[in-house]
Ligand binder design. Structure first.
Ligand SMILES: [Zn+2]
Length: 419
C-alpha cells in the first residue's frame, strides 16, 4: 500500500532532507563560512531561551520559532492544548496534498540544570575554540529541531518544492511525560487532518562514527507492591510478617533484574531489548518522634519499581509473573500500577517501526545517510521514552534519529554540548 504513494520526487525530497541534516553537521566549505555562522547564531538564540522544566519560557520559544518560520517562508500556527503551553506547528505545503505527509517532531522543553556544576552558563550557548556549543538542550533536543529548520531553509532557497507536505511540530512538556504536549497532539483533529505517513523524532548521540536510529522504545510500567501482616513484637520470630514477605519478593525481583542485566553484560542483548527493573522506593516502619519504633514489626511494607518493558514482551505473562511471584496473595501481597504504558498500538500490534525492505521510508533514510558519507549502526530500541510512542500508538511509523556521530552522549548531563 505505502509504496503506491512513492514517486521519484518523494525519494528526492527525503534524500535531500536527510542529506542536508547530515551536511549541516559534517561539511564546512570555506565559501559557506558566513552561512555557517548564521546557522550557529540562530541555534544559539534558540538555546538561550530557558525552557527548563518546571517553568519553561514557552512563549519566548514559540515567538522565536514563528520568527524562523516567517524568515523561511513556512505556514505557522501556535496551538495550546493546555494553557500557556504552546505547540508550534509549521507547514511546508506539498504540491499534492492528497499524499501522506512527513512529520518532523521535536520538543522545546529541556530538563533542569544544576548551574554551579556547569563550566559555562547552561543558557549562554557558549562556543569554545573547538566549536563545541554548551547549553542545556544542545543535544536533547533543540539541535534536532534547528536541523529540521535549517535543512528546509536550504532546500527552499535552492528552489526545491516538495510533492508531499512537510510538517514540523515543536511540542511542549516531553520531559514531564507529554500529557499536555505530544499526547494531546497525536489525539487531536489537527493531527488527523495532517495525514501523517512517517515521523522523525529524537534519538541519541553516538560516540562512534555510526549514526544511531531507534525503531521502538521500552514502555514504562511503574509497579508498587505491598505486603500486609500482623504487627508483632520486635523480639518474636514468626512467619508472614509484612517486611519478611516483602523482602522475599524483593529478592526474586533482584534475581530477575540480574538475569536481564547479565544478558546485556554478556553482549547477548542490547539495553533496549531487555527489561530494566529498578527499585525506586521502600516504605515501612512505624514512625516515632525520634525516628522509628524499634521493637515493633510493622503491619505494612511497600516497595516501588520503575520497570521498562521491551516492545516484544508478552504483557499477560508479565502480569502473571507479578501476581504469582512478585506479589502473591499467598504472602498477603497486592500490587498496583502507577503507570502502565501500552505495549501495543491501537490495532493491537507491537509498537515497532519496520527497519527492513518492507518499509520504503527506512530504505530512504539508509540511502540518504550513505549518500552523505555517513554510516548507520544497527537500529535500536530506545531504552527510555520519547514522544515517538504517541505516533507509533496510532499505528504510524516513526524513527528516532538525532544525527550526531562522534559525539559523547551528554543529554541531561552537566555541560551538555553540541560538538
Ligand atoms: Zn528529548
Amino acid at each position: 500500500m505505502e509504496t503506491a504513494f512513492f514517486s521519484f520526487k518523494n525519494h528526492l525530497l527525503l534524500l535531500l532532507l536527510f542529506s542536508v541534516l547530515l551536511l549541516i553537521l559534517t561539511i564546512h566549505p570555506l565559501e559557506a563560512e558566513s552561512e555557517d555562522a548564521a546557522i550557529i547564531s540562530r541555534f544559539q538564540q534558540y538555546l538561550q531561551i530557558n525552557t527548563a522544566q518546571p517553568s519553561p519560557q514557552y512563549q519566548q520559544s514559540a515567538d522565536f520559532l514563528i520568527s524562523q518560520a516567517k524568515s523561511i517562508g513556512l505556514e505557522f500556527q501556535s496551538i495550546e492544548f493546555a494553557q500557556n503551553k504552546p505547540l508550534v506547528l509549521l507547514k511546508w505545503p506539498g504540491s499534492d496534498p492528497s499524499l501522506p505527509s512527513i512529520l518532523l517532531n521535536s520538543h522545546t522543553d529541556v530538563v533542569p540544570v544544576e548551574q554551579h556544576k556547569w563550566a559555562h552558563h547552561p543558557f549562554g550557548a557558549h562556543v569554545d575554540s573547538d566549536g563545541n556549543i554548551f547549553a542545556r538542550g544542545s543535544q536533547d533536543m533543540k539541535c534536532v529541531g534547528m536541523q529540521y529548520l535549517e535543512a528546509i531553509r536550504r532546500l527552499k532557497s535552492s528552489g526545491f518544492h516538495p510533492l508531499r507536505s512537510v510538517y514540523l511540530s515543536f511540542v511542549p512538556d516531553e520531559e514531564i511525560g507529554s500529557r499536555d504536549g505530544a499526547k494531546k497532539f497525536a489525539d487531536s483533529e489537527i493531527f488527523n487532518s495532517m495525514n501523517v505517513g512517517i515521523a522523525l523524532d529524537e534519538g541519541l548521540a553516538s560516540p562512534s562514527e555510526n549514526y544511531r536510529t531507534f525503531y521502538a522504545e521500552r514502555n514504562p510500567w511503574w509497579l508498587v507492591i505491598k505486603a500486609t501482616g500482623p504487627p508483632g513484637h520486635g523480639a518474636k520470630l514468626y512467619d508472614n510478617s509484612a517486611i519478611e514477605n516483602l523482602l522475599k519478593s524483593v529478592e526474586s525481583i533482584r534475581r530477575f533484574r540480574a538475569s536481564q542485566f547479565d544478558l546485556v553484560k554478556a553482549g547477548l542483548k542490547a539495553e533496549g531489548e531487555v527489561f530494566s527493573v529498578n527499585m525506586v522506593f521502600l516504605k515501612a516502619g512505624t514512625p516515632s518522634p525520634t525516628g522509628f519504633v524499634m521493637n515493633l514489626q510493622p503491619s505494612e511494607a511497600e516497595a516501588g519499581f520503575d520497570i521498562r518493558v521491551p516492545p516484544t514482551a508478552d504483557p499477560e505473562s508479565l502480569e502473571r509473573q507479578f501476581a504469582e511471584e512478585w506479589a502473591p496473595i499467598s504472602r498477603n501481597m497486592t500490587f498496583q500500577f502507577k503507570e502502565k504504558a501500552s505495549i501495543h498500538d491501537k490495532f493491537g500490534r507491537p509498537m515497532l517501526t519496520k527497519t527492513d525492505s518492507s518499509n520504503p521510508w527506512w530504505i530512504l533514510l539508509e540511502e540518504a545517510v550513505r549518500k552523505a558519507n555517513g554510516k548507520l549502526s544497527k537500529p535500536e530500541i530506545f531504552p527510555a521514552s520519547t514522544d515517538a510512542r504517541y505516533i507509533r500508538e496510532r499505528g504510524l511509523p516513526a524513527i528516532g534519529f538525532s544525527p550526531m556521530a562522534n559525539t559523547p552522549i551528554l543529554l541531561h548531563d552537566h555541560n551538555e554540548a553540541s560538538v
